[in-house]
Design a protein around this ligand. Structure first.
Ligand code: NDP
Ligand code: MG
Ligand code: MG
Length: 331
């Protein structure tokens, strides 16, 4: 796979252009500030009553209302929550798109599932940093940068890929390395990953282990430390050196116990379930369900949030984290 670096990207492609970053959340603040520090002409687009308005101004950025920013811009990067993008696109962006503009995203959901269908006479690209926004900002400031994916959905100008690479350079991505993909692969692997492994899978693994210990009569505090708290230490080892570095770092007892028991936790049946989850992502049925959920005002999500918040592991965790003052309380 080809990896693009600084020398493969040319900031001049964007130099004389107006760049709008819509949203000033996790990704928005990082893209806007990094581009500004890279010498680009950038402005943040927000809704009138946005809490972020003063924050963006205090950081030295120009701020306009979303529609006005879209009108001013040659390149519009949409860094709003995925479920709000369709509405904002229809109200504020589409009426202000002119021939030759570029529409950019950091995740492919709305384009891939055709929630947003841009006109033929604009470029549509993606620059997706592979880390949360605060890391995109922090690594830019420290000089190393964050790896990014880029993709071209529509190339009206013939320069779409050069623009994506230039944006990636402007936010620091090409310092670390940039890989080209397409909207379909990025969207489907992202959704599958968060459902089966990162969020859904890991959360249920943690909770189930906790429940087994507590139901067997062990103190919930011990169960919390063993099944949740220590997870970070293990994940840090994966992150630093892969699976074998984790096994190298833990005791031989843990390594042997894990290797001989792990497959009884994640079984062939679990793998089959994961394949079904992937199929729902690929055939669009998850996307349809999530779009409908949002149209109804997220009733299931709200109910589940409440249910999840009442789990014993959350109550015990709150008390135990108070013993670790370096962990700032999160709401
Ligand atoms: P956030 O939720 O952090 O930021 C949302 C921003 O949008 C805020 O500034 C908010 O401001 C504004 N906003 C919310 N609702 C509206 C609305 N209806 N109209 C106008 N502005 C609105 O988003 P993320 O940065 O997490 O995500 C942005 C994109 O980046 C998504 O496509 C996501 O998939 C992608 N992405 C996110 C990553 C991450 O780590 N978070 C990683 C890679 C990609 P206010 O509410 O004050 O108006
Ligand atoms: Mg995601
Ligand atoms: Mg142990």
């Amino acid at each position: 796979m080809k990896v693009y670096h600084d020398q493969d990207a040319n900031l001049d492609v964007l130099k004389d252009k107006h760049l709008a970053v819509l949203g000033f959340g996790s990704q928005g603040h990082a893209h806007a500030l990094n581009l500004k520090d890279s010498g680009m002409n950038v402005c943040v687009g927000l809704r009138k009553d946005s809490k972020s308005w003063s924050k963006a101004q205090a950081a030295g950025l120009a701020v306009k209302e979303t529609a006005e920013a879209a009108q001013w811009a040659d390149v519009i990067m949409v860094l709003l929550p995925d479920q709000t993008q369709k509405k904002v696109y229809e109200q504020d962006i589409a009426p202000n798109l002119k021939e030759g503009d570029t529409l950019a995203f950091a995740h492919g959901f709305n384009i891939h599932y055709q929630q947003i269908v841009p006109p033929q006479n604009v470029d549509v690209i993606m620059i997706a940093p592979k880390s949360p926004g605060h890391m995109v900002r922090r690594t830019y400031q420290s000089g190393v940068g964050t790896p990014c994916l880029i993709a071209v959905h529509q190339d009206f100008s013939g320069q779409a890929k050069e623009k994506a690479l230039a944006w990636a350079k402007g936010i620091g991505g090409t310092r670390a390395g940039v890989i080209e993909t397409n909207f379909k692969d990025e969207t489907e692997t992202d959704l599958f990953g968060e459902q089966a492994v990162l969020c859904g899978g890991s959360e249920e693994l943690i909770k189930t282990g906790f429940e087994v210990l507590v139901e067997a009569g062990y103190p919930p505090e011990l169960a919390y430390f063993e099944c949740l708290h220590e997870m970070k230490l293990i994940v840090d080892l994966y992150y630093e050196g892969g699976l074998s570095f984790m096994n190298y770092s833990v005791s031989d007892t843990a390594e042997y116990g894990g290797m001989t028991r792990g497959k009884r936790v994640i079984t062939e049946q679990t793998k089959q379930n994961m394949r079904e989850i992937l199929k729902e992502v690929q055939d669009g049925s998850f996307a349809r369900e999530w779009i409908e959920e949002n149209e109804k005002g997220q009733p299931t999500l709200k109910k589940l949030r409440e249910e999840y918040a009442n789990h014993l592991i959350e109550k015990v965790g709150k008390q135990l984290r108070a013993m670790m003052p370096w962990l700032k309380e999160k709401k």
